[in-house]
Design a binder for this molecule. Structure first.
Ligand SMILES: N[C@@H](CCC(=O)N[C@@H](CS)C(=O)NCC(=O)O)C(=O)O
Length: 213
């Protein structure tokens, strides 16, 4: 078995799985999609619950191993395809910064955005995993200066992850507009991989809508 064994990506268009697909494109990985229509409950069918009991995408299977959680998947793929140069190796001095912003995404950004979207009071900063929303976001923004990427001149999977998420959170007003964030999203998403995945997502969504009638 080699890393050229195709990755199976369990997929719903226009979801967190889209970011994973962008990464697979950028890594030059061979992959196949298992497309589901979440609006028809297909992520809750026994076949997929056997892959991810939470019924959530993205999930991947590679060389017989299932990985769930978008950040775990991103870290796994970056290490499996080192030749793409999108993930600093363990001994690389940039590795710490890379891990920091990857984990910050899942541990601080998503909980803060979801608390806000769901109207949940995070309570005292000392009792919230991300402190408070504004500090959480300002801390990330500061990491983009001087930029242009989180690791300086070098783009990484961390940027693909953050730009994917900021694109939809800015679009839906879940994150307040800020020139640093907007320019970062524009810079990172101006790539063939994003154009390909977003166009194909649109095609799949329209196809799924038509099938639902
Ligand atoms: N903690 C998961 C969250 C994944 C998630 O919420 N995925 C949504 C799509 S964006 C999903 O699969 N929803 C379908 C469902 O719950 O049935 C991760 O970070 O990967």
């Amino acid at each position: 078995m080699t890393t050229s064994d195709p990755v199976t990506l369990y997929y719903c268009p226009q979801t967190r799985a889209s970011g994973t697909r962008v990464m697979l494109e950028e890594l030059g990985a061979a992959y196949t999609l298992q497309v589901m229509d979440m609006h028809r409950g297909e992520t809750r069918l026994p076949e997929f619950l056997a892959v991810n009991p939470l019924g959530k995408v993205p999930a991947i299977r590679h060389r017989g191993v299932v990985v769930t959680e978008q950040i775990a998947i991103a870290l796994y793929l970056g290490d499996q395809f080192p030749q793409a140069g999108l993930a600093p190796a363990p001994q690389d001095p940039a590795r710490g910064t890379y891990l920091r912003w990857m984990v910050y995404y899942a541990a601080c950004f998503e909980p803060a955005v979801l608390d806000r979207a769901n109207g949940h009071d995070p309570g005292e900063p000392s009792r919230s995993v991300y402190g408070d929303f504004d500090s959480m976001l300002r801390t990330f923004e500061a990491a983009l200066i001087p930029g242009p990427y989180l690791l300086g001149d070098r783009i990484s999977l961390a940027d693909l992850q953050w730009a994917t998420a900021l694109q939809w959170t800015l679009q839906f007003g879940l994150v307040p507009e800020h020139p640093v964030l907007r320019e970062y999203v524009t810079r990172v998403t101006d790539r063939e991989s994003f154009r390909t995945v977003w166009a194909d997502d649109l095609r799949m969504v329209e196809q799924q809508q038509a099938a639902r009638g």
